[in-house]
Design a protein. Sequence first.
Length: 380
Amino acid sequence: MNSQLFDKGIYQARRKRLKEALGKGVILLLGNEESSMNYRDNMYPFRQDSSFLYFFGLDKPGLAGVIDVDNDQEFIYGRDLTMDEIVWMGPQPSLAEQAAAVGIMSTRGIDDLTKDILSVIGGDRKLRILPPYRPENALKLSGWLGVAPARVREHASVPLIKAIVAQRSIKSAEEVVQIEEAVNTTAAMHYAAIAGAQDGMTEAQLAGGLQGIAIRGGGNLAFPTILTVNGQVLHNHYGNTVMKEGRLAICDSGAENAMHYAGDMTRTFPVGKKFTAVQREMYDVVLASQEAAIAACRPGVLFRDIHALAAEKLMEGLKAAGVVMGDPKEAVAAGAHTIVFQCGLGHMMGLDVHDMEDLGEEYVGYTETLKKGTEFGWKS
């Protein structure tokens, strides 16, 4: 288990605010299970659910958190290690000790969870759940709710989603420290990629070293690295393609730190040491667009407008380079910029590399009147 935690008062304050936002009902936040790669005891690296981490902090598989808003009670469900597990893993803090570290005084066995959840469902109180993205949790919820796994998401609590998005969207000072740590490790990964790209090596050889930097930083990759000389394919992951002098490489990668806060950067650089004249010209067009967007960011400005500004600056630069014609503003209004700019300008950062995407992109940064775009080039 990750021993790094914020002060327990932070978790207590987060749960208190969530209870105040919901007002009533029973909130169930499922932690994640371990998942096998190719046989039962060979596991993928464990990653805890981010909302569970935010409110309960414990980075351990097989846990669930329940916040009984009606009765102002909080529980962590789990189990203590068996003697066989202690032989393999060494002594571990008890479930009660772990719960106390995040301000929870009541623990229950994980086997009690089904009975307690069915009691809520069978009564007149509202069970509030989040949409599951892991099959293990979808199956649990399917059994409790008595619906097919594919229908479980329909039972997710929109008020709970909105309350969590509102809370997690604003980063506290201690969270900013964690994000900056992840971003610093991410920057080190990119410096290594830029310095290490050499004629004759494969994309995989270069990408492989980046994960080591993320692990040395105390965490791991925040997402599978995209590193390729075929950057015209937006999510082209590294492979055995041999990089050649004179080509451009794109690296989209990031580190997740020990507390699971994420970094994410995308950079383009030459294989070797220098851009060609045309490559440099195009790089400067993108750089000018980025710098204009950064300068325009301030409280009260819609990020959609920042995106439009970046697109306009791209078209201005491409017009100056003789690549496109016409008025840049009209080009953006007509969607012509999407030929070269299909994705969003950016995304929120936090405990997820696309922060809270599991809760539904339409809720993160959007409102009832300001809705997520649907057109190509504006919907991501």
